[in-house]
Design a protein around this ligand. Structure first.
Ligand code: GRF
Length: 222
């Protein structure tokens, strides 16, 4: 049996996407989360990691040279033989040395349909406020590779979500977050199966059962 890909999750907040990734793990599955790293002490993501028996660490970023952050991060990842990184609500730019060491082995989830509504400063409710202000009727979630900029790496998978008249940012955020919890584990399985087999993952596509009715289903459930 092929061993699972050893993964790190980086998170700054409550870590509901981390929870979804943990819940999706199986003994024979394609990945295993071995460590959760946060730039903030005491966040929900670290508590979830500890509860799941995983290594939980804080690596502070503010006020430090990126080279120091990179060296500390790489030393921890190497000590645990980490092969892939999933960003799940991690609000810091990944240092260039970490990006280059893990090129096309770092994924992020963003709560909009990139390349729209991404980039510096586009996180949390600001994303949804910009979507609502634009008048678009469709938003969604995107999983993409991480490069040296915010939200510019190649897209692996997306899931569309309707924007309804009368939506406010919290309502839209909640609708998209519920889709994120299904998209990210599915993409993590997709890429890790490919990596374990020595293949390039290529794009992730929702099955017709998901991509068709999902929009209706999501709208009906709210
Ligand atoms: C999610 O909306 C994700 O798309 C964004 O940050 C949020 C993290 O939420 N990058 P959580 O901490 O996983 O609940």
């Amino acid at each position: 049996m092929t061993p699972p890909v050893s993964a790190a999750v980086f998170a700054s907040g409550s870590g509901t996407n981390l929870r979804a990734l943990l819940d999706n793990e199986t003994p024979d599955g394609p990945y295993r989360i071995v460590v959760v790293i946060s730039d903030r002490k005491g966040v929900g993501a670290l508590e979830r990691a500890e509860a799941a028996g995983r290594v939980a660490r804080t690596i502070e970023v503010g006020g430090r040279p990126p080279e120091d952050v990179a060296a500390e991060t790489l030393a921890l990842l190497e000590s645990l033989n980490v092969q892939a990184i999933f960003l799940a609500g991690y609000l810091r730019l990944i240092p260039a040395a970490v990006v280059s060491t893990f090129r096309r082995r770092i994924l992020n989830i963003h709560p909009a349909l990139l390349p729209a509504f991404g980039g510096t400063g586009m996180f949390g409710k600001r994303v949804h406020e910009a979507v609502l202000a634009s008048g678009t009727e469709v938003s969604g979630a995107t999983v993409h590779y991480v490069d040296e900029e915010y939200d510019t790496g190649g897209i692996v998978g997306q899931w569309s979500v309707r924007v309804f008249p009368g939506d406010d940012a919290p309502a839209l955020a909640a609708r998209i977050l519920s889709v994120e919890h299904r998209l990210y584990p599915a993409v993590a399985d997709h890429v890790c199966e490919a990596w374990a087999a020595g293949r390039d993952p290529g794009p992730f596509r929702l099955s017709p059962a998901e991509s068709g009715p999902a929009l209706e289903q999501d709208s009906a459930s709210l």
